[in-house]
Structure formats: C-alpha cells, structure tokens
Design a protein around this ligand. Sequence first.
Ligand SMILES: O=C(O)CCC(=O)C(=O)O
Length: 283
Amino acid sequence: MNAPVKLEEAYEDLSPMIGDVLPEHVETFWRDGVVHIPGFVKPELCEQVIAHFKAWSGLRWDDWPSDPEEQKAYVAAIEARLGRGKRNFAIRQDDPWMFNYVSQRKFGEAAAKLLKVPSVRILSETLHVKQPLKTGYSRPLRWHQDYPSIPVDRAEAVQFWCALVDITPEMGPMIHLKGSHRSMPGGILSEVEEDARELYPEVFEQFKPTKLEFVGQGEAVFHHGLTWHMSGINKTDKVRWAMSSYRVSARSRYTGQANFNTDGLGLKPREVFDHPNFPIVYP
Ligand SMILES: O=C(O)CCC(=O)C(=O)O
C-alpha cells in the first residue's frame, strides 16, 4: 500500500476552476435530493482529471477505435482490470494529484452548504467510465441508494458526480427519483437478484424519475446519500468519462462497512475517521 499523502504539504489551490453552490441550489437539493450545476468544473480541469484516470486505469481511449488491433487492445485493457485491485475506486490512494483534486476546499464548501453542516471530510472517489456499446462492456447501474454502501453512521453524505465529457442521453447519464432522499435506506441490493422496483414499489409510486437529459462537460450532479438513482448503458461509440466522490459531515463515525476507500487502513468502528486519507476539507 502507498504511504498516505500529507495534504497540508502538497495542497495546490484549484479554486479559479471550480464553481459555487448558491442558495437556490441548496433549496433544490433539499426539495429533490439532487441538484445539477452546469459548468461547475472548468473543461481544462476535467481534461486533467481524465488524463489521470487514463494513466491510472490503462484505459487510454475516448472513442471506439476503427483499427481492429486497437479494438483488441481496448477490450484487453478493460478485461485486464475486471475484478482486480480496487477496481474503479480510490484513485487518490495511488495518485497525489487526484488526492489534491478531490480535497479542494471549494468542493468541501459546496458539500457543507448542501448538507447544512459546519465541517466536511472527503471520503471516497470513483471512476464512472461507461464503455462504448461495441466493447461489449457497457453496463447499466440499477436503481440503488449509495448510503447503505458507505461506511458512515449518519446520512450526512452527499455525492458530487461530475461529467468529465459531454454526455448525451444515449451515453447513459444518471436519473434520480425526485424527493427520494426522504425514503428509508433500502440496503445493499444485489445487482443480479434484487430489483428495487419489486422490493419497494411504494417508493416508485411516491417519487417519480427525473428526465434523461444531456449533461455538459464539467456539470456537477450533487445527490444525497439516500436518493435513489440509476443509469443505463452507453449506446454510442464514445467513452462516457465521469467520476464521483463522497463528502460527509466531519462528525460522522466509521461503521466498518466494507468499502475499497476505507478497507485496510486501521480505521476503528464507532470513531471518527482519524486517518490522513480522510482530511477535513472544509472549513
Ligand atoms: O455514473 C453513473 O452512471 C452512476 C453512478 C452511480 O450510480 C453512483 O455513483 O452510485
């Protein structure tokens, strides 16, 4: 395992390239459990983030290539990653630039405003790459909430999801059940055996899905840890580059729930996240 990065020694401020959460965003977030903020991250910063994910993952493509040899190399690169290591999680444990990126104070401030909490800790990050249909590896993500899978004892948790490229409706952007952050935790659902619509029909009666819409490069989608969401497959030849990261109130306590971002670091259940990987990023 790499030694934890000491953020205070390496912090580089990227705030000119990051937007703000306004009072109307907070209002929407509490009404719908989700809020979109177009242009939240500048395109040049999105491109840098993609470059880091490419180097880390070995997935260097933006489109399905026309050359058959490149197609083979692409599919081989996808298959080489399947089931290995931390999969698409926790790049910051390997890449100090990404640690600095996800720890930006402005992202922490955005989370604190949305959650209405005084201080915020960075918890996780995930690469959400959806491969072009022709790779044979374009996958949907079924309806779920994130909260049951994250190792925190309270639902003071917000996901910051960012489109790193323009994402058309055909590329499988997320949709959400509007207002469903007011529903109960529905568990860690099996991707294969459990369908939330069958388990919790009343949730789908009460809360209606948002529309499948274009999400521009750098657009932020903030959703509450209890908000139900899903995304379809990428039907295009373009790679859908996106990422998410979770910020939680600094007073949250670790539960011990298995998670690639927190496993193996010696965190103690029932205590706050006392480890350099989880700095308080705001204030
Ligand atoms: O990126 C996506 O399409 C889905 C992301 C998601 O479901 C999640 O972060 O929990």
